[in-house]
Design a protein around this ligand. Sequence first.
Ligand code: NAD
Ligand code: WQD
Length: 343
Amino acid sequence: MSKILVTGGTGYIGSHTVVELHNAGFEVIAIDNFDNSYPDVIENIEKISSKKLNFENVDIRDKAALKAFIAKHNDITAVIHFAANKAVGESVQFPLKYYENNVGGTVNLLQALQENNINNIVFSSSCTVYGEATPPVDENAPIPVAQSPYGNTKQICEEVLMDQTKASDLKVVALRYFNPVGAHDSALIGELPIGVPNNLVPFITQTAIGKREVLTVFGDDYPTPDGTCIRDYIHVVDIALAHVAAINYLLNKKYTEAFSVFNLGTGNGNSVLEVIQSFEKETGVKLNYKIGPRRTGDVVQVYASCEKALNVLGWKTERDLANCMTTAWAWEKALAAKNSSSN
Ligand code: NAD
Ligand code: WQD
C-alpha cells in the first residue's frame, strides 16, 4: 500500500482529499500547523473514513522539524502539498509572510524530499496564475505578471518545482484550481474561514444563517450578460478526486514529462447573481444582498478548459452548482448547530 504525505491535511481541500485517499485505499500521513484549521478536523475525517488518521503537527517553515519528520517517514511514495496561506488581500499587506510560508515552505519540503529520495509531488496551484485571460482558459494560456504576492507565490513555486525536475528525479503534477466550493456530503468537514470570509460562497452561507447582515455583490456593470463577474465554481470533493487521479498518474508513471500541469474546473462559468439564484433555489432561503462597487483586482470572467485533465488523468467533475450550494448550506447549518450546543 502506497503511503501518501498530505501537507495542510486538516485544511479545506486537504481534509476532503485525505478522505478520498482513504476511500481509494491509500495509507495517509497528514501534517498541519493549524494556522488555518482546527485539530477536531482529524476526528471528523476519521468518522467519515472509519479509519485512524496518521497525523503530526509540523510547521513546514521549520526546516529542521520537517527534515526530521520526513526522515522518520522515508517510506512515503508521494506528497500532496496543500500547506500555504491563501488570502489574496492579506498577501498584499504582508507579502513576506506569503513568500516565507508558500515559497520558503515549498523549498524546505523539496530539500527534505530530495534527501530521502522521495520523487513524486502534487502541488496546489491556482487559476490566479492566468490573471485576466480569455475563457475557456487552457494550460497553454500565457502567465502574466502576478496581480498579488499570493498569485506570485504560486507562479514562483511552479517555477521552483519545474527547475527541480530538471536537476533531479523529481516528478511534479501542478493542479491549477479554479473556484473550489461546497462541502462533504456528511457535513462533517467543509470550509472554515477565520474572520470575515473573502470568498463568495462562505459569505453567502454566513449571510443566510444570520452571521452577516448582507452580502454585497461586487459590481453589476461588468461586460457580462447580467453585469456580474463570472467564475468556474468547482465542488471540493471533485477537486479531492482529481488529487487521487494525479497520485495514480505519478505512481503508475503515466507521465511523459517530469512537470505536468492541469486545470481543475468544470468548464462552465457562472455569474455572481447565478450563484445567488442557485443558492436560493436549492435551499429555499431568501438571501439578503445588495449591489455594491467593484472590488479592486477582480477579473471580469474566467473559466477553465478541462480537456487535458479528462484526456490525460481521466478525471472530470461529477457534481454541479446545485450540489455545491446544498452541501455548503448543510455545512454552515452543522457549524451553527455545533456552536449553539457548545455555548
Ligand atoms: P486552507 O487554509 O483551508 O488549508 C491550508 C492548510 O495548510 C491549513 O490547514 C493551514 O493550517 C495549513 N498550513 C498553512 N501554513 C502551514 C505551515 N507553515 N505548516 C503546516 N501547515 C500549514 O486552504 P485550502 O483552501 O484548503 O487551500 C489549500 C491549497 O490550495 C493552498 O495551497 C491554496 O493556496 C490552494 N488553492 C486554494 C484555492 C481556494 O480557493 N481554496 C484556490 C486555488 C488554490
Ligand atoms: C468570486 C466572485 C467576486 C465575495 C479567489 C482568489 C483566487 C482563488 C480562488 C486561491 C467574484 C464576487 C465575492 C463577496 C462578491 N484562490 N464576490 N461578494 O476572487 O474569483 O478567487 O479564490 O488560489 O486566487 O482570488 O473568488 O470567491 O473571492 O469571488 O460579489 O462578498 O464573487 O467579486 O466575482 P475569486 P471569490
